[in-house]
Ligand binder design. Structure first.
Ligand code: G5P
Ligand code: MG
Length: 213
């Protein structure tokens, strides 16, 4: 099974993707996490992506498509992939369809996490992330056991550099202009299932898992 998790910045894609991937034995592929790892490693791709990410704009399609296609095709794809943050444009969605069709596969489900802009902004301002294990927390909604420390013993939690008020505003604008239209693309293919993402993490997880079945 191959699943796409759609939704605005801060909708909970990463949080839910970790759970769903484990529940269904899927490989979790987050384009944002992969780009951040490229930046950390100082690769050419990471350097090219940096200015777009810091400005809340999309990294150019050609760079992201080749990066993601290489991962989808990897030997460890398991029972399928769970795509988080990809595709984000019509061109990326079409490139993904073409890639999967070429290897006799397809997208089986697209789950859209629906959360209003004012709510996601509050989530992003309070998000704390572990740069070592990738765990994601929120100071109020999903706090770590010890303030500022990862529950998995990795040490200090960090604030993502694109979680500032100005960049969050730009990320939301980018989402509405370029990514939200993908819901129509997948609705037309009868793949889209909408989930109310404005509840607790556990409540949303139940709805996402049932939308995947
Ligand atoms: P990313 O990394 O893909 P975004 O902006 O799409 O970034 P982000 O910020 O990672 O998405 P998320 O994964 O949807 O958000 O949300 P999350 O991290 O799980 O949760 C956010 C907060 O809410 C956390 O504090 C969490 O605890 C809390 N929370 C989560 N779920 C719930 C819930 O159910 N209830 C409650 N109450 N709270 C919850 O992309 C970053 C950049 O990389 C580039 C772009 O520049 C982009 O801006 N990029 C791409 N560019 C081009 N094409 C692509 N395909 C690209 N992918 C990435
Ligand atoms: Mg994420």
């Amino acid at each position: 099974m191959n699943v796409i998790l759609l939704g605005p910045p801060g909708a909970g894609k990463g949080t839910q993707a970790k759970r769903v991937a484990q529940a269904f034995g899927l490989k979790h592929l987050s384009s944002g996490d992969i780009l951040r790892a490229e930046r950390k490693a100082g690769t050419e791709l990471g350097k090219k992506a940096q200015e777009f990410m810091d400005a809340g704009k999309l990294v150019p399609d050609d760079l992201v498509v080749s990066m993601m296609v290489a991962q989808i095709d990897g030997p460890d794809a398991g029972d399928g992939v769970l795509l988080d943050g990809f595709p984000r444009t019509r061109l990326q969605a079409e490139a993904l369809d073409a890639k999967l069709a070429g290897v006799g596969k397809k997208i089986d489900r697209v789950v859209d996490l629906v959360v209003a802009d004012d709510k996601v902004a509050g989530r992003l301002m309070g998000r704390r992330s572990c740069s070592k294990c990738g765990a994601v927390y929120h100071v109020e909604f999903n706090p770590p056991k010890a303030e500022g420390q990862c529950d998995n013993g990795c040490g200090e939690l960090t604030i993502r550099p694109d979680d500032t008020e100005e960049v969050v505003r730009q990320r939301l604008e980018t989402y509405h202009e370029q990514t939200a239209p993908l819901t129509a693309y997948y609705r037309d293919k009868a793949l889209l299932r909408e989930v109310d993402g404005a509840k607790t993490v556990d409540e949303v997880a139940v709805s996402v898992e049932s939308a995947c079945r």
